[in-house]
Design a protein around this ligand. Sequence first.
Ligand SMILES: Nc1ncnc2c1ncn2[C@@H]1O[C@H](COP(=O)(O)OP(=O)(O)OP(=O)(O)O)[C@@H](O)[C@H]1O
Length: 290
Amino acid sequence: MSASNPRIVVLGSINMDLITRTPSLPDPGETVMGRSFTTTPGGKGANQAIAAAKAGSSVAFVGAVGDDEFGVTLRHTLTAAGIDDTAVRTAAGSSGIATITVDDRAENSIVVVPGANGTVRNLTDDDRTVIADADILLCQLEIPIDTVVAAFEFAHSRGVITMLNPSPVQDLPDALIAATDVLVVNEAEEARIGHRADEVEQVVTTLGAKGARYRGSESFEVSAPRIEAVDTTGAGDAFAGALAASWSAGPRVAVEWATTAGSFAATRPGASASSGTRAEIDTLRDAAAR
Ligand SMILES: Nc1ncnc2c1ncn2[C@@H]1O[C@H](COP(=O)(O)OP(=O)(O)OP(=O)(O)O)[C@@H](O)[C@H]1O
């Protein structure tokens, strides 16, 4: 990737994932002994922000952590990645939490508590300042959707490019569609959104191991490099962050590079930790071109 990196604001979720591995999932009322326990930062907003920052972009995050110990760790995760956290509030109560139990057959059960993410119900003056200073606003739908709509309308009015990854997928308000410049979806999300995606000028669809597709001023498909997939969790977030980070190079370069970034993430375990640096992604791209 060449062309200079844009300044990116991610407005979205940040969670602590609490992951327990166990031989078998407990039935209701049952207690089982687990094998191991790990905590890892997650949330689509944070994953995508970290992916964009690792790709070399200047990134600011807008969202909320709780006033618990996880909040301290989560905020540190952002700043350690070089992300500007001045618009991250600390809300009373718990941080966003995903309690994940995985058994030996890779079956899982997950409880998500939105916690602080659910308190991001309005835009502050600081948020507007950060957004107005950016080139791209990137959002998902793990915070209240009305806040995303307000942010997109404000960004749109200031000429800031709006990129929406509508996950978890849901009905999209007309105002959100109208203020979206680039829609980033996987195949399932695209199918659920259906013809409404036609109302957005540019749509990027990820196709898993097949790569990605772009529809806009031109239409094309790029294939993913062949890799040994270890864990595809977070591949979509790595793709979205890298797409924003490379967008100024034009859709063809950006979609190709984001596809390589998604594939790189699939070669590593975990979500935010699996995204690659710019050099790692370039290395995979160069190897695939040989
Ligand atoms: N098995 C794979 N081999 C190569 N690349 C992959 C593979 N799986 C995912 N990718 C890469 O990651 C990108 C995003 O994957 P996908 O389309 O599965 O998104 P997603 O469903 O949002 O992912 P997830 O929810 O697992 O994070 C793809 O466009 C591709 O570049």
